[in-house]
Design a protein around this ligand. Structure first.
Ligand SMILES: *[C@@H]1O[C@H](CO)[C@@H](O)[C@H](O)[C@H]1NC(C)=O
Ligand SMILES: *[C@@H]1O[C@H](CO)[C@@H](O)[C@H](O)[C@H]1NC(C)=O
Length: 372
């Protein structure tokens, strides 16, 4: 529990005051802090000795924070193979009450059938749930949780890194060193794009997009544009100097286009040749959402012909990307292997929230972050 917002304990009077306030604070914290297991204590207490719930953890590398929470009142089974084998999963899931879904494998009817009708709680450890057959889960009325928002800042940090790395040609520049072509006698060597005074366009502007915009506001940008179905609240718009525009206007006006939307039938492949042809020649595309939102063949052509300046991608299609993929041969694309949320603290927090989701589902309570 963090008390950083409280006055320091410099005087005993202050300490007394804090003592009085602390119980109140704790009550509030119970309601808002997913890291505190106390909310679940009543249900846990009831079940502690018997451990009547059996929970499957579908990945051998789920952070300990999640496992520790679950094992207090659940009997745990865990997939041991790495990468997790579907066969092992389908065998071990039989008869479990809850599932901690620790990977990006398809969560579909096959899995739910293998589990059986007693299954009453599932949580993924991810924000995006495009690998879940949501209709199937809903049809069976099984509560499903996921872990959005907790990874926003880690992904946003990475997006800013990609935006600068692509705009300033990090990958190409590194290759110059590797190939003994350090030609700094040129005056116009490896010139890139400024973030200063640029227009940043967001395709999708939820928590992650807004966290990126917030970070970039320190880079003296000109304006934020965004394309979403619904307008965000006016106060946030004002705070981020953001304006909702149609997709075509976003493409035409943005110096950096950041994809931060979910993958849906409506967004799949929407960044295709038609879209790239509407972008500035100096534009940089950043994708930290899902690879399939971009038509990758069209992106390859747009980068190769310098129709757009560069791209920074944390997500591609397929993943993993084969090492002989043609995109990797280009100078003007920075590619990362989907490491947006890959920080120690973020992954641990994700596991904690996912575990709470599972426990709450088992207790018949509302999950911390229900997916539907
Ligand atoms: C929880 O369970 C323990 C032992 O099973 C018991 O001693 C204790 O009184 C219980 N607490 C509550 C709040 O029910
Ligand atoms: C690109 O996608 C848009 C919208 O889905 C579509 O109208 C257009 O025909 C597509 N262009 C190409 C070249 O596939």
């Amino acid at each position: 529990m963090r008390l950083s917002c409280w006055p320091s304990l410099s005087s005993s009077r202050m300490a007394v005051k804090l003592n009085l306030l602390l119980p109140l604070f704790c009550c509030v914290a119970l309601l808002v802090t997913p890291n505190d297991g106390s909310l679940l204590r009543s249900s846990r207490n009831r079940t502690m000795s018997a451990k009547p719930f059996k929970v499957l953890i579908t990945h051998p590398e789920v952070p300990q924070s999640g496992i520790d929470l679950l094992k207090e009142n659940c009997e745990l089974v865990q997939v041991q193979s790495l990468p997790p084998s579907r066969a092992e999963l389908l065998q071990k899931i039989k008869g479990v009450d809850g599932v901690f879904w620790g990977g990006h494998d398809a969560l579909n009817a096959e899995v739910l059938d293998a589990a059986g009708p007693q299954l009453k709680s599932i949580s993924t450890m991810s924000a995006g749930i495009d690998y879940v057959d949501l209709e199937e889960v809903k049809r069976r009325k099984i509560p499903l949780g996921h872990t959005p928002t907790v990874l926003n800042t880690a992904v946003a940090d990475l997006a800013v890194g990609l935006l600068i790395a692509a705009g300033r040609r990090f990958h190409e520049a590194r290759r110059k060193i590797d190939t003994d072509n350090w030609e700094n006698y040129h005056l116009n060597w490896l010139l890139g794009q400024d973030v200063r005074d640029s227009v940043i366009g967001f395709f999708g502007f939820g928590g992650i997009g807004q966290a990126i915009a917030k970070r970039l506001s320190g880079f003296d940008i000109d304006q934020v544009l965004y394309t979403t179905r619904r307008r965000i609240d006016r106060e946030t718009e004002k705070e981020l100097n953001a304006k909702k525009v149609e997709f075509d206007e976003l493409l035409a006006k943005s110096d950096f286009v950041v994809i931060a939307s979910p993958l849906t039938p409506a967004t799949q492949g929407i960044f295709n040749a038609t879209a790239f042809n509407k972008m500035k020649k100096t534009a940089v595309l950043v994708n930290i959402a899902r690879g399939k939102i971009v038509n990758q063949d069209d992106l390859y052509e747009a980068l190769k012909s310098n129709r757009i300046f560069a791209a920074g991608l944390d997500v591609v299609d397929p993943e993993p990307l084969p090492p002989n993929n043609k995109l990797l041969a280009l100078d003007n694309v920075v590619i990362l292997p989907h490491i947006g949320s890959a920080t120690t603290r973020t992954r641990s927090d994700m596991a904690t929230i996912a575990a709470h989701n599972v426990l709450r589902g088992l207790a018949g309570e509302r999950m911390l972050s229900p997916a539907y």
